[in-house]
Design a protein around this ligand. Structure first.
Ligand code: MN
Length: 327
Protein backbone atom coordinates (compact mmCIF):
# COMPACT_ATOMS: atom_id res chain seq x y z
CA UNK A 1 0.00 0.00 0.00
CA UNK A 2 1.28 3.43 -0.98
CA UNK A 3 1.40 5.77 2.02
CA UNK A 4 0.39 8.74 -0.10
CA UNK A 5 -3.07 7.25 -0.55
CA UNK A 6 -3.63 6.15 3.04
CA UNK A 7 -6.29 8.72 3.83
CA UNK A 8 -8.42 8.41 0.69
CA UNK A 9 -8.18 4.62 0.81
CA UNK A 10 -9.28 4.55 4.44
CA UNK A 11 -12.20 6.84 3.72
CA UNK A 12 -13.27 4.54 0.90
CA UNK A 13 -12.86 1.39 2.99
CA UNK A 14 -14.58 2.72 6.09
CA UNK A 15 -17.70 4.15 4.43
CA UNK A 16 -20.48 2.75 2.31
CA UNK A 17 -22.39 5.68 0.88
CA UNK A 18 -20.75 8.23 -1.42
CA UNK A 19 -21.73 11.20 -3.51
CA UNK A 20 -19.23 12.00 -6.24
CA UNK A 21 -19.03 15.47 -7.72
CA UNK A 22 -16.68 17.60 -9.83
CA UNK A 23 -16.41 21.16 -11.10
CA UNK A 24 -19.03 23.11 -13.01
CA UNK A 25 -19.16 22.51 -16.77
CA UNK A 26 -17.54 19.11 -16.19
CA UNK A 27 -14.80 18.35 -18.72
CA UNK A 28 -13.28 15.04 -19.84
CA UNK A 29 -11.16 14.66 -16.72
CA UNK A 30 -14.07 15.51 -14.41
CA UNK A 31 -16.41 13.02 -16.09
CA UNK A 32 -13.69 10.38 -16.59
CA UNK A 33 -12.60 10.50 -12.95
CA UNK A 34 -16.20 10.48 -11.70
CA UNK A 35 -17.02 7.42 -13.81
CA UNK A 36 -13.83 5.59 -12.80
CA UNK A 37 -14.43 6.42 -9.13
CA UNK A 38 -18.01 5.18 -9.41
CA UNK A 39 -16.75 1.87 -10.93
CA UNK A 40 -14.13 1.53 -8.20
CA UNK A 41 -16.71 2.00 -5.45
CA UNK A 42 -19.08 -0.44 -7.15
CA UNK A 43 -16.36 -3.08 -7.33
CA UNK A 44 -15.78 -2.63 -3.61
CA UNK A 45 -19.49 -3.14 -2.92
CA UNK A 46 -20.12 0.53 -2.05
CA UNK A 47 -23.07 2.65 -3.12
CA UNK A 48 -22.45 5.93 -4.90
CA UNK A 49 -24.25 8.63 -6.85
CA UNK A 50 -22.60 11.10 -9.20
CA UNK A 51 -24.18 14.55 -8.87
CA UNK A 52 -22.90 17.61 -10.74
CA UNK A 53 -24.08 21.20 -10.82
CA UNK A 54 -24.02 21.24 -14.63
CA UNK A 55 -24.99 18.73 -17.32
CA UNK A 56 -22.45 16.44 -18.96
CA UNK A 57 -21.54 17.08 -22.60
CA UNK A 58 -23.17 14.52 -24.87
CA UNK A 59 -19.80 13.37 -26.24
CA UNK A 60 -19.01 11.56 -22.98
CA UNK A 61 -22.23 9.56 -22.97
CA UNK A 62 -20.48 6.60 -24.67
CA UNK A 63 -18.78 5.81 -21.35
CA UNK A 64 -20.78 3.04 -19.76
CA UNK A 65 -20.72 4.56 -16.31
CA UNK A 66 -21.90 7.91 -17.73
CA UNK A 67 -25.48 6.77 -17.21
CA UNK A 68 -24.78 7.27 -13.50
CA UNK A 69 -23.92 10.96 -14.02
CA UNK A 70 -26.74 13.20 -12.79
CA UNK A 71 -27.34 16.91 -12.41
CA UNK A 72 -28.52 18.46 -9.21
CA UNK A 73 -31.86 19.53 -10.67
CA UNK A 74 -32.83 16.13 -12.10
CA UNK A 75 -31.73 13.83 -9.28
CA UNK A 76 -33.41 13.00 -5.98
CA UNK A 77 -30.83 14.11 -3.45
CA UNK A 78 -30.77 11.47 -0.67
CA UNK A 79 -32.52 12.56 2.52
CA UNK A 80 -29.96 10.93 4.80
CA UNK A 81 -27.06 13.07 3.56
CA UNK A 82 -25.38 12.81 6.97
CA UNK A 83 -24.66 9.15 6.14
CA UNK A 84 -22.82 10.10 2.93
CA UNK A 85 -19.22 11.03 2.14
CA UNK A 86 -18.82 13.67 -0.57
CA UNK A 87 -15.88 13.07 -2.92
CA UNK A 88 -14.96 16.21 -4.87
CA UNK A 89 -12.90 15.45 -7.97
CA UNK A 90 -10.86 17.63 -10.34
CA UNK A 91 -11.22 20.89 -8.39
CA UNK A 92 -10.16 22.02 -4.95
CA UNK A 93 -12.16 25.23 -5.08
CA UNK A 94 -15.50 24.79 -3.37
CA UNK A 95 -16.95 27.70 -5.35
CA UNK A 96 -16.40 25.55 -8.43
CA UNK A 97 -18.90 22.83 -7.55
CA UNK A 98 -21.88 25.16 -7.96
CA UNK A 99 -25.10 24.28 -6.18
CA UNK A 100 -23.58 21.09 -4.71
CA UNK A 101 -21.73 23.41 -2.30
CA UNK A 102 -25.03 24.70 -0.86
CA UNK A 103 -27.34 21.72 -1.19
CA UNK A 104 -25.09 18.75 -0.38
CA UNK A 105 -21.75 19.79 1.11
CA UNK A 106 -23.04 21.31 4.40
CA UNK A 107 -25.02 18.15 5.23
CA UNK A 108 -22.65 15.26 4.49
CA UNK A 109 -20.68 13.52 7.21
CA UNK A 110 -17.38 14.10 5.49
CA UNK A 111 -15.92 15.65 2.37
CA UNK A 112 -12.68 14.74 0.63
CA UNK A 113 -11.01 16.36 -2.38
CA UNK A 114 -8.99 14.46 -4.99
CA UNK A 115 -7.45 16.88 -7.45
CA UNK A 116 -4.43 18.05 -9.44
CA UNK A 117 -4.82 21.85 -9.44
CA UNK A 118 -2.61 24.25 -7.48
CA UNK A 119 -3.94 24.87 -4.01
CA UNK A 120 -3.12 26.38 -0.63
CA UNK A 121 -1.38 24.45 2.14
CA UNK A 122 -4.45 24.06 4.33
CA UNK A 123 -6.42 22.30 1.56
CA UNK A 124 -3.40 20.19 0.55
CA UNK A 125 -2.95 19.02 4.15
CA UNK A 126 -6.49 17.73 4.54
CA UNK A 127 -7.10 16.25 1.09
CA UNK A 128 -5.22 14.54 -1.72
CA UNK A 129 -3.86 17.04 -4.21
CA UNK A 130 -0.98 16.33 -6.59
CA UNK A 131 -0.43 19.45 -8.61
CA UNK A 132 2.24 17.81 -10.76
CA UNK A 133 -0.16 15.11 -12.00
CA UNK A 134 -1.43 15.56 -15.54
CA UNK A 135 -5.01 14.85 -14.54
CA UNK A 136 -7.22 13.61 -11.75
CA UNK A 137 -7.54 10.37 -13.74
CA UNK A 138 -3.77 9.87 -13.55
CA UNK A 139 -3.90 10.00 -9.72
CA UNK A 140 -6.98 7.81 -9.65
CA UNK A 141 -5.22 5.16 -11.75
CA UNK A 142 -2.58 4.90 -9.00
CA UNK A 143 -5.23 4.69 -6.28
CA UNK A 144 -7.24 1.99 -8.05
CA UNK A 145 -4.18 -0.15 -8.69
CA UNK A 146 -2.87 0.49 -5.15
CA UNK A 147 -6.17 -0.77 -3.75
CA UNK A 148 -5.75 -3.97 -5.73
CA UNK A 149 -8.93 -3.39 -7.73
CA UNK A 150 -8.81 -4.67 -11.29
CA UNK A 151 -8.88 -2.12 -14.11
CA UNK A 152 -11.86 -3.35 -16.13
CA UNK A 153 -12.89 -2.02 -19.56
CA UNK A 154 -15.17 0.66 -18.11
CA UNK A 155 -12.54 2.01 -15.72
CA UNK A 156 -9.83 1.89 -18.41
CA UNK A 157 -11.89 3.90 -20.92
CA UNK A 158 -12.99 6.46 -18.33
CA UNK A 159 -9.42 7.03 -17.13
CA UNK A 160 -8.12 7.26 -20.69
CA UNK A 161 -10.73 9.92 -21.55
CA UNK A 162 -9.62 12.05 -18.59
CA UNK A 163 -5.94 11.72 -19.40
CA UNK A 164 -6.36 12.41 -23.13
CA UNK A 165 -8.57 15.42 -22.42
CA UNK A 166 -6.42 17.02 -19.72
CA UNK A 167 -3.14 16.52 -21.55
CA UNK A 168 -4.52 17.81 -24.87
CA UNK A 169 -3.77 14.34 -26.27
CA UNK A 170 -0.43 13.97 -24.47
CA UNK A 171 1.14 17.34 -25.27
CA UNK A 172 0.42 19.77 -22.40
CA UNK A 173 3.25 20.64 -19.96
CA UNK A 174 2.27 18.17 -17.22
CA UNK A 175 2.44 15.21 -19.59
CA UNK A 176 5.24 12.98 -18.30
CA UNK A 177 6.72 9.54 -18.89
CA UNK A 178 4.41 8.39 -16.13
CA UNK A 179 1.40 9.67 -18.05
CA UNK A 180 2.48 7.63 -21.08
CA UNK A 181 3.12 4.64 -18.87
CA UNK A 182 -0.42 4.75 -17.52
CA UNK A 183 -1.77 5.24 -21.05
CA UNK A 184 0.31 2.23 -22.12
CA UNK A 185 -1.21 0.12 -19.35
CA UNK A 186 -4.73 1.26 -20.28
CA UNK A 187 -4.19 0.52 -23.96
CA UNK A 188 -2.84 -2.92 -22.99
CA UNK A 189 -6.12 -3.45 -21.13
CA UNK A 190 -7.95 -2.91 -24.41
CA UNK A 191 -8.57 0.83 -24.75
CA UNK A 192 -8.53 1.77 -28.44
CA UNK A 193 -7.09 5.33 -28.64
CA UNK A 194 -8.62 6.14 -32.02
CA UNK A 195 -12.09 5.22 -30.74
CA UNK A 196 -11.67 7.58 -27.75
CA UNK A 197 -10.31 10.30 -30.07
CA UNK A 198 -13.31 10.06 -32.38
CA UNK A 199 -15.70 10.17 -29.43
CA UNK A 200 -14.08 13.23 -27.86
CA UNK A 201 -12.95 15.19 -30.91
CA UNK A 202 -15.08 14.05 -33.84
CA UNK A 203 -18.49 13.89 -32.24
CA UNK A 204 -19.43 17.57 -32.06
CA UNK A 205 -22.82 18.79 -33.20
CA UNK A 206 -23.42 21.12 -36.15
CA UNK A 207 -24.46 23.71 -33.54
CA UNK A 208 -20.96 23.52 -32.09
CA UNK A 209 -19.45 24.10 -35.54
CA UNK A 210 -21.65 27.17 -36.07
CA UNK A 211 -20.74 28.43 -32.61
CA UNK A 212 -17.04 28.05 -33.40
CA UNK A 213 -17.40 30.10 -36.56
CA UNK A 214 -19.31 32.81 -34.71
CA UNK A 215 -16.97 33.02 -31.72
CA UNK A 216 -13.86 33.06 -33.88
CA UNK A 217 -15.27 36.07 -35.68
CA UNK A 218 -15.36 37.91 -32.33
CA UNK A 219 -11.56 37.64 -32.16
CA UNK A 220 -9.67 40.80 -31.15
CA UNK A 221 -5.89 41.08 -30.89
CA UNK A 222 -3.98 43.23 -28.40
CA UNK A 223 -0.37 43.99 -27.48
CA UNK A 224 1.02 43.70 -31.00
CA UNK A 225 -1.04 40.62 -31.76
CA UNK A 226 0.24 38.63 -28.82
CA UNK A 227 -2.97 38.52 -26.78
CA UNK A 228 -6.16 37.11 -28.30
CA UNK A 229 -9.58 37.88 -26.86
CA UNK A 230 -12.74 36.07 -27.89
CA UNK A 231 -16.20 36.87 -26.57
CA UNK A 232 -19.36 34.82 -26.40
CA UNK A 233 -22.74 36.24 -25.37
CA UNK A 234 -25.71 34.13 -24.44
CA UNK A 235 -27.32 35.39 -27.64
CA UNK A 236 -24.57 33.56 -29.58
CA UNK A 237 -25.64 30.30 -27.94
CA UNK A 238 -29.25 31.00 -28.85
CA UNK A 239 -28.44 31.97 -32.44
CA UNK A 240 -26.50 28.70 -32.99
CA UNK A 241 -28.85 26.58 -30.88
CA UNK A 242 -25.68 25.55 -29.07
CA UNK A 243 -24.94 24.61 -25.47
CA UNK A 244 -22.52 26.51 -23.23
CA UNK A 245 -20.35 23.41 -22.78
CA UNK A 246 -19.90 23.22 -26.56
CA UNK A 247 -17.67 26.31 -26.32
CA UNK A 248 -15.12 24.69 -24.02
CA UNK A 249 -12.24 24.15 -26.46
CA UNK A 250 -12.60 27.37 -28.49
CA UNK A 251 -10.09 29.14 -26.25
CA UNK A 252 -7.32 26.89 -27.62
CA UNK A 253 -7.70 28.00 -31.25
CA UNK A 254 -5.82 31.35 -31.06
CA UNK A 255 -2.84 29.66 -29.37
CA UNK A 256 -2.19 27.74 -32.57
CA UNK A 257 -0.71 30.98 -33.91
CA UNK A 258 2.93 31.22 -32.91
CA UNK A 259 2.69 34.92 -32.04
CA UNK A 260 -0.21 34.52 -29.63
CA UNK A 261 1.04 34.13 -26.06
CA UNK A 262 -2.25 34.52 -24.18
CA UNK A 263 -5.77 33.54 -25.18
CA UNK A 264 -8.61 35.06 -23.18
CA UNK A 265 -12.20 33.93 -23.60
CA UNK A 266 -15.06 35.88 -22.04
CA UNK A 267 -18.15 33.71 -22.14
CA UNK A 268 -21.69 34.07 -20.88
CA UNK A 269 -23.70 30.97 -20.09
CA UNK A 270 -27.40 30.52 -20.83
CA UNK A 271 -28.24 32.46 -17.63
CA UNK A 272 -25.97 35.34 -18.60
CA UNK A 273 -23.31 34.56 -15.97
CA UNK A 274 -19.96 35.80 -17.29
CA UNK A 275 -16.83 33.69 -17.00
CA UNK A 276 -13.29 34.60 -18.03
CA UNK A 277 -11.01 31.75 -19.12
CA UNK A 278 -7.33 32.26 -19.87
CA UNK A 279 -4.63 30.12 -21.48
CA UNK A 280 -0.99 31.07 -21.87
CA UNK A 281 2.25 29.89 -23.39
CA UNK A 282 5.73 30.33 -21.97
CA UNK A 283 6.25 32.12 -18.71
CA UNK A 284 2.99 34.01 -18.36
CA UNK A 285 1.13 33.10 -15.17
CA UNK A 286 -2.59 33.55 -15.75
CA UNK A 287 -3.50 31.76 -12.49
CA UNK A 288 -2.37 34.82 -10.52
CA UNK A 289 -4.89 36.95 -12.39
CA UNK A 290 -7.65 34.36 -11.94
CA UNK A 291 -6.98 33.99 -8.21
CA UNK A 292 -7.11 37.76 -7.68
CA UNK A 293 -10.68 37.71 -9.03
CA UNK A 294 -11.75 34.75 -6.88
CA UNK A 295 -11.00 31.99 -9.40
CA UNK A 296 -8.18 29.51 -9.81
CA UNK A 297 -6.32 27.12 -12.08
CA UNK A 298 -2.81 26.45 -13.27
CA UNK A 299 -0.09 28.81 -14.48
CA UNK A 300 -1.04 28.23 -18.12
CA UNK A 301 -4.81 27.56 -17.74
CA UNK A 302 -7.02 29.44 -15.32
CA UNK A 303 -10.34 31.19 -15.01
CA UNK A 304 -12.85 32.96 -12.83
CA UNK A 305 -16.46 34.06 -12.71
CA UNK A 306 -16.69 37.79 -13.22
CA UNK A 307 -18.56 40.07 -10.85
CA UNK A 308 -18.09 42.90 -13.35
CA UNK A 309 -19.76 43.56 -16.68
CA UNK A 310 -17.81 42.56 -19.77
CA UNK A 311 -16.37 45.95 -20.75
CA UNK A 312 -14.97 46.54 -17.26
CA UNK A 313 -13.49 43.09 -16.65
CA UNK A 314 -12.00 43.03 -20.13
CA UNK A 315 -10.19 46.30 -19.46
CA UNK A 316 -8.98 45.04 -16.06
CA UNK A 317 -7.65 41.74 -17.43
CA UNK A 318 -5.88 43.47 -20.32
CA UNK A 319 -4.33 45.92 -17.84
CA UNK A 320 -3.04 43.00 -15.77
CA UNK A 321 -1.52 41.40 -18.85
CA UNK A 322 0.25 44.65 -19.82
CA UNK A 323 3.17 43.82 -17.50
CA UNK A 324 4.11 40.96 -19.81
CA UNK A 325 3.90 43.13 -22.92
CA UNK A 326 5.64 46.45 -22.20
CA UNK A 327 5.24 48.87 -25.07
MN1 MN B 1 -8.38 17.85 -14.56
Amino acid sequence: MDDRFKEIEEIIKQNNLFIITAHETPDGDAIGSECAMSCLLKQLGKKSIIINADPMAYKYSFLKEAEQVHTLDEVDVPENLSDYVLLILDTNDIKNIGGVADIILPHVKRCFILDHHESDDEIIKNNHIESNASSTCEILYDIITDMGVGIDDDIAEALFVGIVYDTGSFIYPKTTAKTFNIAYELVKKGVYPNFIYSKIYESNSISALKLQSRILSSLELFYEQRVAVQTMYKEDLEACDALYEESDTLINIPLKSEAIKVSVFFKENEEGILRCSMRSKGNIDVAVIAVSYGGGGHKTAAGFKSKYPLDIIKRKVLERLSEYFPS
